[in-house]
Ligand binder design. Structure first.
Ligand code: GLN
Length: 484
């Protein structure tokens, strides 16, 4: 029997609009399933009873014109929610209750969405496995003791476990696409400037973007349509004409040119990923698109460039957490002592590592050698894409160099953890849109994703390509409810 929680967003919306189910029934179903799924540790803050109250209110006075009519949605705990604790997965924000709402979440509530709760994530979104969270690691519903990816690991796990119909994450170097790939779900990082950063706890401001995480491509288009908006409150928000992504969605990609970058065939890439990629190429050809070999020569510098730029911006953004303005405070003998104790006790290991790296690359003796150099290389990476887009409409690559790994497998080796981002960071450095689509499984049956990278502001094309591939791939996520 199909449960409400098994349905896609669009199916639930249709059923609500046809009055076959009520918002209250839907909300109660997700709450009940979430209650039985504590073992996954996806929630940092639950908003269950208030969500049911709001659903009842919706049902008393429904508005079926909205895009998310009475739909309960859990969100990553990096989005500030007015009056509801927002931790960014950190001890230092453990008691932080914002007095404002992020624009992206406000857009969701304006369309009828209801907050189900705040989802676990790596501390300040720094990580690839959700293991840097102060609130503990998250289990991947795909299999016991597997990481759900990160930093949006609570989001990917909650979605794959059917605890929320859709969710949102943020992606600075891959934090939407990599967890989507690890959990057999769809995740899209929009073009930089598409979704407002207002009210999102900042990690690396020139890279951070919010985006949808969903069970299929159609839901992804629907949610992107809701969250993408021009916002005067974010100076990097861009005022461009946004598509009606869901109604313009088409499987017709005949004649589209898809680039295959040779530099993404990295040393030591598992054969399974290689063959997944080849299959993806076949699927695309079957959809009537043309495959073109391309070169992105500076790809090999993307990871080192990212791990200079992102920590530099993080060290500056995180200077605000000093125990004075908000958040956790440790007692000290004097002001300096209080600052030091607050920051040493409030931040976790990974965050401290990034602050150290960031402060180092920005220090006067090393600024030119590291930070300035990285900024120049970033331009070259961007130029590689600009050149490629003279010949192709989009680019197909694997999303990640591996499937979900075991909890604690990589925690002692930051560099091997950073290598997870090898296929995703170039997209953030260039500010481009990218989507990860579940495309197959490895020998253990764990999901693997393919990434489609688009031209700036051309989310519609990557959605269309993913939509047509999705039909051919016909991926079915196997969730056994082992944690219940
Ligand atoms: N894993 C990457 C990092 O730790 C990316 C994180 C993200 O996209 N927020 O920096």
């Amino acid at each position: 029997m199909t449960e409400i929680t098994d349905l896609t967003l669009n199916e639930i919306v249709t059923n609500i609009k046809k009055k076959k189910i009520s918002s209250t029934e839907v909300t109660k179903s997700f709450v009940e399933r979430s209650e039985k799924s504590k073992k996954l540790n996806v929630y940092i803050t639950e908003n269950f009873s208030s969500a049911i109250e709001q659903a009842k209110k919706f049902d008393e006075n429904p508005n079926y014109e909205l895009k998310l009519p009475g739909i309960p949605i859990a969100v990553k705990d990096l989005f500030c929610t007015d009056g509801i604790k927002t931790t960014a997965g950190s001890k230092i924000l453990n008691n932080f209750i914002p007095t404002y709402e992020s624009t992206v979440t406000q857009n969701i509530w304006d369309q009828g969405g209801i907050l189900l709760g705040k989802l676990n994530c790596d501390e300040f979104a720094m990580g690839s496995s959700n293991e840097t969270s102060f609130f503990g690691n998250v289990q991947n519903p795909i299999g016991e003791n597997l990481v759900p990816g990160g930093s949006s690991g609570g989001s990917s796990a909650a979605l794959a476990a059917n605890l929320t119909p859709v969710t949102i994450g943020t992606d600075t170097g891959g934090s939407i696409r990599q967890p989507a790939s690890f959990t057999g779900t769809v995740g899209l990082k929009p073009t930089y400037g598409s979704c407002s950063r207002f009210g999102i706890v900042a990690f690396a401001s020139s890279l951070d973007q919010a985006g949808p995480m969903t069970k299929n491509v159609k839901d992804c288009a629907t949610l992107l349509e809701v969250i993408s908006s021009f916002d005067k409150k974010d100076s990097t928000s861009i005022d461009f004409k946004r598509n009606n992504y869901s109604s313009e969605l088409t499987k017709n990609i005949k004649g589209k040119k898809i680039g295959i970058p040779k530099e993404y065939r990295v040393d030591g890439m598992p054969l399974e990923i290689e063959s997944l990629w080849s299959k993806g190429i076949e699927y695309i050809k079957n959809c009537g698109a043309e495959i073109i070999d391309i070169s992105l020569p500076h790809t090999k510098y993307a990871l080192p460039t990212y791990y200079i730029v992102a920590p530099a911006e993080a060290s500056s953004n995180l200077a605000r957490y000093d125990g004075v303005k908000y958040g956790f405070r440790s007692l000290g003998e004097n002001l300096i002592d209080m600052y030091e104790k607050t920051r040493s006790e409030g931040f976790g290991e990974e965050v401290k590592r990034r602050i150290m790296i960031g402060t180092y690359v920005l220090s006067s003796g090393y600024y030119d050698a590291y930070y300035l150099k990285a900024q120049k290389v970033r331009q070259l990476i961007k130029k590689d894409f600009d050149d490629a887009y003279k010949k192709v409409d989009a680019i197909l690559t694997p999303s990640t160099p591996s499937s979900a790994f075991k909890i604690a497998e990589k925690t002692n080796d930051p560099v091997s953890m950073y290598l997870n981002d090898i296929f995703t960071v170039p997209v953030n450095l260039a500010g481009l849109p990218g989507i990860s689509l579940p495309a197959g499984v490895d020998k253990n049956g764990y999901p693997l994703g393919l990434q489609i990278i688009g031209k700036p502001f051309d989310e519609q094309s990557i959605l269309n390509i993913a939509y047509s591939m999705e039909e051919k791939i016909n991926f079915k996520n196997k969730i056994t409810n082992w944690w219940m």
